[in-house]
Design a protein around this ligand. Sequence first.
Ligand code: CA
Length: 195
Amino acid sequence: MAASSGCWCLAVLLSSLRTVSSSTAEPETTPIFRDELQRIIADVVQTHCPSQQQDPLWRCSCPSGYIPCGGRCYARLHRPVEYAQAERECSLLGAHLAVPRSRQQSLCVAGLAGYEHVWLGITDRDEEGFFQGADGRPITGNEGQVWSPGQPDNARGVEHCVSSWKVRGGDSPVRFGEWNDYPCSIQLYPMCQLP
Ligand SMILES: [Ca+2]
């Protein structure tokens, strides 16, 4: 089970990497995580389920529909929705929106996002500037955060939900895999994570 899940995860990551690689024609779209994604792919091959992991939530394999990566189980849903709806849809699956707690998990989410913007389970809608994770813990600043430079900026005072970004597009300076606070009413793809 673990081996087959690992192969599936590897295939998805390789697919993501090919997508990323194909986007490097323009210098401004060069992904900042490409080298690290390659390293993670190597890790998946060599140490898919390390026995030395101390994390009690670490998962070696995942139920059908979820992809194991970085010790967690992820499922990106296939319909862009507002943040509150994204929360509900993950909840119906027994999951919550993804909260990367390490650089590796941030890269997993970026790699599994399928070249789309995705909602993370991170919001400061209850208290401006204090970001809480859907896993019940605050975002402290030492756990693999990849805020885009200048973010979170609460632009126009209406950005309280956090997304992981695809490659730079239009006027946005946010790059692949970086975090940006964004209006919760925007429709993005939910990235679910099993608790
Ligand atoms: Ca922002």
